[in-house]
Design a protein around this ligand. Structure first.
Ligand SMILES: Nc1ncnc2c1ncn2[C@@H]1O[C@H](COP(=O)(O)OP(=O)(O)OP(=O)(O)O)[C@@H](O)[C@H]1O
Ligand SMILES: [Mg+2]
Length: 393
């Protein structure tokens, strides 16, 4: 059974009267990998700083093991933080960077008196070496940190944060500075370290793929509010509103009407779905993932449309299809050229129904997406014209 470690109760945060966190209620379990995911400015770092004790919420409570911690400073909480800019000490080698926190004398009671106590050198050595092994940097202890790759530096920062044996590690976009390939390697590495050490990671990212790949639990945030909490699979398959559906992966989002349990209407046609519990004739948002749509011959399709743009993405084609003026994104490994008429078939489990929300109508039409492509084409044309002009000079 997982045990609850930290809980935020109705936490609000305002800076200069402006509210940036709006009643955050959230708990964190022992040994859990939890990710705060959301767009820039949604309040991820602020939430992390409240947990770390760097700021105090304007209202609400921060509980550790059920005890109120609002005013307890960071070094007295059992958490440690890896920041995006993980300033290592450039004049110290790898070993001393990791050992740094262990060398600071700690207050302890000796014979009933409070005293500053230093860890014995032997213990420091053992713990640093153990951590270097965990982050796969054994043999690097005498290296200057300035002579390490970005990924290796990142691992030193993680070892430095873990060596104090925190119960919880807070990581604020720790892989932001790394290139894509290294990012992917480090994602696996971090997951492995978290599982091996059996501690709680609270991880911040705005990268949805990263969140899906690493997390036990994802908390999707927008505008200082929690939009949804769930496992990666739940969040992807059962988004709660149009914001989550749009932010996690690509989504076609359409206006629909729920006629009765398991029957939804959109585009003047009824479709079978797996959703129930809506009011009769309730207006709803319908999500259809681009990779779930089957393209068939026009006469076999439940809906018919015309391809308006195709972009090769390596594994699949991003194909934009116009259905009566509403543009859908379809991801398919089969090529269908611009101007081609196609039909599509939707199975009941390809359709997901959501209640209307403040985000309805804001996302899920790919007209602007294809315009982006058109604009990119325009840019190329302009560049070519510019070049021609410069040749003429
Ligand atoms: N110390 C501060 N003073 C005033 N406003 C602040 C302060 N810290 C954060 N904010 C504001 O609070 C909001 C949330 O900021 P926060 O740093 O939590 O966002 P974030 O989700 O971490 O974004 P990003 O992905 O860009 O790092 C932003 O509008 C930000 O400008
Ligand atoms: Mg941030």
């Amino acid at each position: 059974m997982s045990k609850e470690l930290i809980r935020l109760v109705d936490c609000c945060m305002a800076f200069d009267g402006e509210q940036v966190l709006d009643h955050i209620n959230l708990y964190f379990n022992d040994s859990e990998f939890l990710t705060l995911l959301g767009p820039s400015g949604c309040g991820k770092t602020t939430t992390l700083r409240i947990i770390g004790g760097f700021i105090t919420p304007t209202s609400g409570e921060v509980l550790f093991d059920g005890v109120r911690m609002n005013d307890i400073p960071p070094h007295l909480r059992q958490v440690n933080t890896v920041f995006q800019r993980y300033a290592l000490f450039p004049h110290l080698n790898v070993f001393e960077n990791v050992a740094f926190g262990l060398r600071i004398p700690k207050e302890a009671e000796v014979n009933g008196k409070k005293k500053k106590v230093k860890l014995p050198e032997r213990e420091i050595r053992e713990r640093v070496m153990e951590m270097l092994e965990v982050v796969s940097l054994k043999g690097f202890e005498n290296r200057k940190v300035t002579e390490l790759s970005g990924g290796q530096q990142q691992r030193v920062a993680i070892a430095r944060a873990l060596v104090n044996r925190p119960k919880v590690l807070l990581l604020d976009e720790p892989l932001g500075a790394l290139d894509l390939r290294l990012r992917k390697d480090m994602q696996n590495e971090l997951k492995r370290i978290q599982q091996q050490m059996g501690i709680t990671f609270i991880y911040v990212t705005h990268d949805q793929e990263e969140a899906l790949a690493m997390s036990d639990t994802i908390v999707v945030m927008d505008q200082g509010r929690i939009q949804q909490i769930g496992s990666p699979i739940d969040i992807y398959n059962e988004p709660k509103n149009a914001f989550v559906a749009d932010f996690i992966g690509e989504s076609n989002i359409l206006d629909g009407i729920m006629h009765e349990d398991y029957v939804v209407e959109f585009f003047n046609r009824k479709f079978k779905c797996l959703d129930k519990g809506f009011a009769p004739m309730e207006p709803v948002d319908v999500v259809i993932r681009p990779e779930d749509i089957d393209i068939v011959a026009p006469e076999q399709g439940q809906l018919r449309g015309t391809v308006t743009s195709v972009t090769f993405k390596g594994v699949h084609y991003d194909t934009i299809v116009d259905f009566k003026g509403y543009k859908w994104l379809i991801q398919t490994t089969d090529f269908h050229g611009v101007g081609e008429n196609i039909g599509i078939v939707l199975n009941p489990d390809d359709i997901h129904i959501m209640h209307k929300s403040e985000y309805s109508g804001m996302f899920g039409d790919y007209s602007s997406y294809s315009e982006e492509y058109d604009e990119m084409d325009d840019v190329t044309l302009l560049d070519e014209e510019d070049e021609e002009e410069s040749h003429e000079e």
